[in-house]
Design a protein around this ligand. Structure first.
Ligand SMILES: *[C@@H]1O[C@H](CO)[C@@H](O)[C@H](O)[C@H]1NC(C)=O
Length: 236
């Protein structure tokens, strides 16, 4: 019987090792004119929004479970810049702002995630999610081909991407994030920015792609999004 008893811990260790390999294995996420392609398979995915700061971490598991039971494949959320950097250079990812914990909960329930970084966001969120202190930066013009704005946008976007990478949360690293979004429905306001609009779109796409997440970026409702950024509509 000694043999039998010894056998279990060994099998258990083997199972854990296999699970670790399965969890860590990367997914290949690409797309064509029809859909996203995950590991060579065209996927029709249904996504639903859960905005993490609107609820507490204790509520996240049941909210995500309800979405899953309702047939949702992807949990999408905006990233809320004015929650995470309320004062310039002072970051907050505690409590209901714990983005990493939220994405890990999505992963734990076997769903995909779509991270809509923006950092300009909608969804009736105050000031488009932009921190108020941005207003005091000399010469700044939001969402335009404007160096002070682009500097702050790149800094925040890079920080969020690096935070996700450090936790191996991109599908390219075995994580749940199959898509991230840069800007947000910009096409609807682009004309108001005159000649500052199109170069900003090109810059935003290039900046995002340069962050090398290993999964596609999308520009929601930007039908002329520069390649390789996806331009299709996301549900909201
Ligand atoms: C990823 O998938 C695409 C499309 O199915 C394919 O062309 C590409 O070779 C794949 N890349 C890897 C590294 O497997």
């Amino acid at each position: 019987m000694m043999e039998g008893r010894d056998c279990f811990p060994m099998l258990w260790r083997l199972a854990l090792a296999l699970m670790a390999i399965a969890v860590a294995s990367a997914w290949n996420v690409t797309y064509d004119g029809r859909s996203l392609i995950i590991d060579g398979q065209h996927k029709i995915l249904f996504s639903g929004s859960i905005h993490y700061p609107r609820s507490t971490p204790e509520m996240w598991p049941s909210l995500i479970a309800k979405a899953r039971q309702g047939g949702i494949d992807v949990i999408q959320t905006y990233v809320f810049w004015n929650q995470h950097e309320p004062q310039q250079g002072q970051y907050d990812f505690s409590g209901n702002k714990d983005l990493v914990r939220f994405v890990k909960e999505v992963q734990a329930q076997g769903l995909y995630a779509c991270l809509r970084i923006g950092p300009y966001i909608e969804s009736e969120w105050t000031y488009g999610g932009l921190p108020y202190w941005l207003h005091d930066i000399p010469g700044i013009v939001y969402r335009s081909d404007n160096e002070p704005f682009k500097f702050q946008m790149q800094k925040f976007t890079t920080m969020i991407v690096n935070m996700m990478k450090a936790e191996k949360l991109y599908a390219s690293q075995g994580g749940p994030i199959i898509l991230s979004q840069i800007e947000n429905e910009y096409k609807t306001v682009e004309a108001a920015f005159h000649e500052e609009g199109p170069p900003y779109v090109r810059w935003a796409a290039q900046m995002a792609v340069g962050l090398q997440t290993g999964v596609p970026w999308v520009m929601c409702k930007q039908d002329d999004a520069p390649d390789p950024v996806v331009s299709f509509l996301l549900s909201v």
